[in-house]
Ligand binder design. Sequence first.
Ligand SMILES: N[C@@H](CCC(=O)N[C@@H](CS)C(=O)NCC(=O)O)C(=O)O
Length: 220
Amino acid sequence: MTILIGQYDSPFVRRVAVALNHHQMGFERRVLSVFNDFDEMLRINPLGKVPVLELDGGERLFDSRVILDHLDELAAPQLRLVPAAGSDRREVLRIDAVALGLAEKVAERAIEFVRRAPGKTDVGWGDRLKRQILSAMSWLEAQAPSPFFRGNRLSMADITGAVAFTYLKEKQGGLVERGAHPFLEAHCERCEALAAFSASPYSAREASDSGWFSATEGYR
Ligand SMILES: N[C@@H](CCC(=O)N[C@@H](CS)C(=O)NCC(=O)O)C(=O)O
C-alpha cells in the first residue's frame, strides 16, 4: 500500500493527498509531525521534512514536487495535472511555482510569529515575508481563475493555489482581508468543495496536536 507521511495542516502534504485523490490512487496516511516526531522524520527523510510518499515496495519519495511528478507520470493522460508540453505546461508550472512559494512564505512567517520563543520574533523579517505573501496573492488574483487557472480544467496550479490560500487563512489569516481577493476566494471555495479536496481537508486538530497555537489575528 502507498503511504503518505505528514499532517493535513501542511499545504505540501495536502497537495499530494489531493492529487492522489484526483488520480483515484489509494493510499494510507501516517500522521507524523516534523516537530513531535523529528527523530523519526530524520530517519525517513534526510531533511526531516514532509511530505514523504512511501511506495508499495518501500521506496520513499520526498519533496512534494518530486512526488507529484511521479504521480503525473503514472496517471492516465486525461487526468494529468500538468500539461505535457508547450505554453500550457509553462503556464501551469509558473502559477504553481508562485502558489508553492506563497505556501513556503506563509510557513516561514507562521514560524516567526507563532512558534518563536517570546521576544525572539524578527519583526523586520516578518514584514518582508508579509510583502512577499501579499505580492504573490495579488499576482495570483490577477490570473483571475474562473473556474480554474487554465479555463475549465483542474491543474496542479489549482490544487497548490487553493491549498496555499486555505493554509494562509488558517495560519496567518490576519494578513488578508475578506473581499480583497475575490477571484481567489471563489476559486478556493470551489476547489475545496471538490471531492478530491474534501476527502483530505485541512486539519486544525493535527496542527494543534503538533504544538501550533492559533495566530493572534484570524481571517476576517
Ligand atoms: N519544498 C518542500 C517543502 C516541504 C516543507 O517545507 N514541509 C514542511 C511542513 S509544512 C516541513 O517539513 N517543515 C519542517 C522543516 O522544514 O524543518 C515540498 O514541496 O515538499
